[in-house]
Write a protein that binds this ligand. Sequence first.
Ligand code: ADP
Ligand code: MG
Length: 265
Amino acid sequence: MQNQDLDYIIEVKNLSISFGEKQVLNNINFKVHQGDTLGIVGESGSGKSLTSLAIMGLLSPMAKISPESQILFRHHDKMVDLLQLSQQELQQIRGNEIGMIFQEPMTSLNPSLRCGEQVEEAIRLHQNLGRKEAKEKVISLFEQVKLPNPDRIYKAYPHELSGGQKQRVMIAMAISCEPKLLIADEPTTALDVTVQKATLDLLKELQTEHNMSMLFISHDLGVIANVCEEVLVMYRGDVVEQGNVETIFNHPKENYTKGLIACRP
Ligand code: ADP
Ligand code: MG
């Protein structure tokens, strides 16, 4: 099934982005098959986050997407171009079918709201649930992401949680709509090494359990190899190499990829 063209959830075609005269993403192409995890690796400034923000429709207004660009997403068994949708249609798809986790949970959690209330608000925005059901759903999500003592976490403010716990709250929020696609942009980069592995294990587990497709972004090829089968290597807005992670890890063709592997700690 894996290579059948009809079996993919998202296809990014000829995606180019520029800021003024400066082109920062040059004709990017990739597909993520249903249930698979595609990794994107590359040093800082490669264009990884711009790629994910383009999919989410969250690029700054300064960013210009070239007219040839397409982001085809499977919606009701049809491929729709996210770049052609109205803000309202896009919001609907984004809210119901795509989840995203960012590097810094602090920047995406509101410091003045209790963690549970934030997830509850996100849920009630897109799902027709009463207060009580929404709260029950939050507690069950906190259990799914293995937060200790979900009732306590529900009432806690973000600053009362550890980095790893905050990231789990964000993961709970991202999967609350049961997304078909989960985008994780450097989800463990801001975490302590010991917490990183547990978070990666959780993401892998959730991905299998919910049969989600995942776009997993990291600057660390080792982390990518732990989570993904396929990888896209990016450098300064270009895809320099693409294929099976193990093959690329063990037999990189491009000097840039060799460098990425050599400079791992
Ligand atoms: P990565 O996530 O791989 O570290 P980004 O996708 O964030 O890289 O950025 C890719 C390139 O786009 C960088 O060179 C960055 O300087 C440039 N860039 C990102 N946002 C803006 C912006 N708002 N204005 C100008 N250049 C930007
Ligand atoms: Mg980034």
